[in-house]
Each structure stands twice: as structure tokens, then as C-alpha cells.
Design a protein around this ligand. Structure first.
Ligand code: ZN
Ligand code: ZN
Length: 367
């Protein structure tokens, strides 16, 4: 690899054209367009955007588990995402294996620790309360503190069985003990969504917030539930978590109509929905928000600045001299594309985002 890589004539989502110089893994210069020199110069001719490396807040990156597992670099840098946050695929029993896999990969990885010690080894992981083992959870947390960004609780009927909202109450107690926020998956009831919402606090994340199920965050007229609005006021963070079953165009339109804005856009990607849809990759999920009428800046901010801010790692959400280079290069093409949501509803968009390249921890890769 060339010692000194110049990404020439790239533009930010604010519309500024720049050259970026990378050396020894770091951004060493940000120069006026067309002025920087180096051993390897890639001229993007002002047709390509650059942002800080994309961050996906909800993925399933533990290869060993099925169906909710995948290869870290396939869902990471190869699709333009330089940082992935595993959303509770593993609990206390296996998170050390996820840490080991992450060390062997190029993509940056963090994780939510599943409150159930078995994680997604079984997909009803909260149906047996004895699996919510505090001693094991604390041990795993102490061992992998740098890796764990929060706790994951999947609070929907097929996961909790007969336990209703009890696993979430236990999660709340674990959160107090560790000082880690919760990422809560919502879906079909019981529990009733109102009982879930009342237990959420500032910096907790609701993932799947645009799901189209009957127990979702909007009433029969499409208006946001009052407990949902109260949770937003308390500082609860809204994450998309598209997945197989959790993104509905209709719900997304209701949210937009009522001014309810996503904080982060994430894929909930794993093997099956990557290969066969409706997720495929981050760019495809972003296309849906472009179609809905959000600006490119709002969309890209959700997977850079806003995600980085929640993670308390602002350097991951900016392009600045001296930082380790994590960058995503992409274009917006005037090209029609069929978009399908989790309900099987199809929309045809006239624009699409295409990933052109990625810099992961200083290493340039064409996509
Ligand atoms: Zn989920
Ligand atoms: Zn998930």
C-alpha cells in the first residue's frame, strides 16, 4: 500500500469540496480541492461524497449463531460501514468469543451485551428468568468493559414468553448496577407497548421504532402514543433497526408526518436479510429514507455524528486532522430502484446511494 493516500476532490454532505490526505493510518491533512499531493492519488472529480465512516448501531455479527449471525467484515467495511455495534447477539456466556472474532476483523466492533446469558443461541432468550444471571453479567461486563456500550433486552412476546415486562424490570436493575444504557427491541405484545415505554430512561434506545405491528408506537389513527412522546421528552433515543420484520413505510410516513425524527438509522442485518432482503446493506436502508424525503445530510448524520455522539466517541463522527482515518465514500445516482419494506410493500425511488470506497483504520478499499 502506498505510504501516503490522497482522496482528491471529494465533497462533504454540506457541499464543501476537499482533498483528504492519509498517512500512517491517520488523516494528516484536509486541503483545498485538487491541491494535495501524495504517492497514491484517487481523483473523485467532485462526483463522490465523503463522510466519516458509517456506524451501524444494530447488527448481528456473531457468525456462530443462526439465524441472527453474520461475518463482521461482510456487514462492516465491505458495505461501507466502518463501525458496527452488535445488538446483543451474545450474552455473558459467549461475548468473549465475539471480542475474539472482532480482533481478527478489520471493521471496528462494539456490542450491547444481552441480558440473557445465552444471547441469541435460542431466540426465546428471556422466557426463562434464571438465564438473566446477574453474577455472570457483571463478570462479562468487567472482562469486556471497553467493548460493551449498553445492555440489550428484546421485549416482545416470542422472546419473553409468559414473563411480560419482568425481563425489562430486571434489565433496568442491571442498567443501574453497570451504569450502561439499554437498547430495547420492541415488537408484538404482550407486553403492552405502554408498559415498556414507561420503563425507559434518558439515553436508552428503542430499536425497531418504525415497525408496523399492532403493538407499535402509533395509534389506530397513526398518531404517536402519548407514552411514546413522553419517552422522547425524557431523552430516549430512536433507532430504526430495519431487520426482517421491523420497518414499515406506512409507519415511517406517520412518524414523519408527526415530526418524529430518527436519531440513528441501523440495519439489524444478518445473513438471511443481507442475502435475500429486505435489508441487503446499509445503503439500501438509507435509500428508503431518501425516498421518504429526508435530506442527505439528515440521513448521513444519523449514521455518523448522531451515532458517534450516543457512543460518546465524537471522533467517529467527524473528519479531522490527527484522527485515525475512518471514512466512507459514496455517490447519489439518479437511477430508479425498487424498495421493499418488512411488510412486503414496494415503493419505487428515483435515486439511490452507492458506496464507492471506504477507509477503515487508515486502509483504503475500493467498493
Ligand atoms: Zn430485534
Ligand atoms: Zn436485531
Amino acid at each position: 500500500m502506498a505510504d501516503n493516500v490522497v482522496l482528491q476532490n471529494v465533497k462533504t454532505v454540506d457541499g464543501t469540496s476537499i482533498d483528504i490526505v492519509i498517512k500512517n493510518k491517520k488523516i494528516i491533512d484536509i486541503a483545498s480541492p485538487g491541491t494535495a499531493t501524495g504517492e497514491k492519488v484517487i481523483d473523485y472529480k467532485s462526483k463522490v461524497y465523503v463522510s466519516s465512516g458509517w456506524i451501524d448501531m444494530h447488527v448481528h455479527a456473531f457468525l456462530e449463531f443462526d439465524p441472527y449471525g453474520d461475518n463482521i467484515d461482510e456487514i462492516g467495511y465491505k458495505s461501507g460501514v466502518t463501525t458496527i455495534i452488535d445488538a446483543g447477539s451474545t450474552g455473558a456466556d459467549r461475548i468473549h468469543d465475539l471480542v475474539a472474532n472482532a480482533k481478527k476483523s478489520k471493521t471496528n466492533v462494539c456490542a450491547f451485551l444481552n441480558i440473557s446469558r445465552i444471547g441469541l443461541k435460542r431466540v426465546d432468550e428471556l422466557s426463562d428468568l434464571s438465564l438473566l444471571n446477574k453474577k455472570e453479567l457483571m463478570r462479562a461486563f468487567e472482562e469486556s468493559k471497553d467493548f460493551i456500550v449498553g445492555l440489550k433486552a428484546r421485549i416482545s412476546s416470542s422472546v419473553v414468553g409468559e414473563n411480560n415486562v419482568e425481563p425489562l424490570k430486571i434489565a433496568r436493575a442491571f442498567s443501574k448496577e453497570t451504569d450502561l444504557p439499554l437498547m430495547v427491541h420492541i415488537g408484538s405484545g404482550p407486553p403492552d407497548i405502554n408498559d415498556v415505554l414507561k420503563l425507559l430512561e434518558k439515553n436508552d434506545i428503542i430499536t425497531h421504532f418504525l415497525n408496523g405491528k399492532s403493538n407499535n408506537l402509533f395509534d389506530y389513527e397513526g398518531k404517536p402514543l402519548s407514552n411514546f412522546l413522553k419517552a422522547i421528552d425524557r431523552g430516549v433515543h430512536l433507532d430504526v433497526g430495519h431487520g426482517n420484520a421491523s420497518f414499515s413505510f406506512k409507519t415511517a410516513e406517520q412518524a414523519k408526518e408527526h415530526g418524529i425524527h430518527f436519531n440513528t438509522i441501523s440495519t439489524d442485518i444478518y445473513r438471511k436479510n443481507r442475502l435475500y432482503g429486505p435489508v441487503y446493506n446499509m445503503a439500501n436502508v438509507l435509500n428508503k429514507f431518501l425516498y421518504l424525503g429526508y435530506s442527505l445530510k439528515e440521513i448521513i448524520d444519523a449514521i455518523t455524528v448522531r451515532a458517534a455522539a450516543w457512543l460518546n466517541k465524537p471522533e467517529l463522527g467527524r473528519i479531522a486532522r490527527g484522527d485515525i482515518a475512518n471514512l466512507t465514500l459514496f455517490s447519489v445516482e439518479d437511477e430508479p430502484i425498487d424498495l421493499i419494506d418488512s411488510e412486503g410493500e414496494k415503493r419505487v425511488a428515483d435515486q439511490r446511494i452507492k458506496v464507492k470506497g471506504v477507509v477503515v483504520n487508515g486502509e483504503y478499499n475500493e467498493c
